[in-house]
Design a protein around this ligand. Sequence first.
Ligand SMILES: [Zn+2]
Length: 453
Amino acid sequence: MATAELSERETGNLMEKIVSLAKRRGFFFQSSEIYGGIQGIWDYGPLGVALRNNIKRAWWRTNVELRDDVVGIDAGILMNPRVWVASGHVQNFTDPLVECKKCHQRFRADQVSGPRHEEDGGEFTEAQQFNLMFKTFMGPVENSSTQVYLRPETAQGIFVNFANILTSTRLRPPFGIAQIGKAFRNEITPGNSIFRMREFEQMELEYFCRAEEGMKLLEYWKEERLKFYEDIGIARDKLHVLTVPDEGRAFYSKGTYDIEYDFPFGRQELEGVAYRTDYDLSQHQKASGKSLEYFDEETKQKFIPHVVEPSAGVDRTVLALICEAYTEDEAPDDKGKMETRTVLRFHPRMAPIKCAVFPLLKNKEDLVAKAKAIVDLLRPHMFVFYDESGAIGRRYRRQDEIGTPFGITVDFETLGEKGAELRDTVTLRERDSMKQQRVAIKDLANILVSRIS
Ligand SMILES: [Zn+2]
């Protein structure tokens, strides 16, 4: 029991360290913090936005640009409210909610441990269904006929554009439509920093096919998605596939997998991969009165395509990458004394900054000029950071903490002061091993580009 308590404290501690590092170094902040924050909303700082852009770019590249059977779209956040009636969200996108009769706090019924509020003994009300969609009004009149919703998922923007994509491209099933964008859910209990937010971003792919291909493609996409997470640096043994049981699945789904990750606060869903049959297009065809069938010229067959949906969260992936990368080890300081080093071991492809360039001393004009020339040389290829302040060991440590995989130091050897053979070479230091090697400036771009791609 003592060990269990200890490990719980340690994992809580790890999450605290990660959130504090995120704030200190500019990955993410609580939204509107100077006003006391707002629950369930987080803002990304300079490094956070770079990391999430790298994730989105990798997803788009893998799922759209490197395939000939998937195209992208970018639909509006506000849609005709009839979309959400047809999709079932107005009726069914709800969580059961109970209220404490004493303090009037509200909770998800499945997250309370008894009929009474533990804190004050107040009795809970009967559970009521609470719709998670955010509402607003369109135009100058605020009434039920002008009410619209902030989309709770990006998928419906894909389904309602299905016919437009069919006629504007010459794709034939199986093919997919991909989208990355914001979604909004009025979660009763958001939490674990950027894990469960009320405003978040999704990366969704709807892959349309014939009914007989559905189950096979469900397996295919589960494997593709696992491969993706490995490619961006998440260890395979930290990923788990949960086969969602019948009672946990939407009634129209013939199979759903959750891809889960071992977060410090427990094993939690990173992505859902669901075979949704022809439910979505059928619903929209019925409600809109517009045909969403595909006509196969060759076989003269007409059918409503089935769909397999891998649906990932940008923010959860950001958090998983930071948790996965976070390590502490021992390294010597400038005087050779061992100290604890915090390192984010991001895959170089995902690291917000790829390379930092340092002149050994900031008051030596020649060193500074040479270092700045190297920045100019590398900048067209990657995100580079220049830093001239503080002892060189401190500068390395600051980059380790934000996961910069490479550091370049310009020293007196570079200027040719320690022999002609070292002129125009620099020290290239690797973040994880802290190994340093001497490299010619003219080779830098090639070496680094091959290691970050
Ligand atoms: Zn209470």
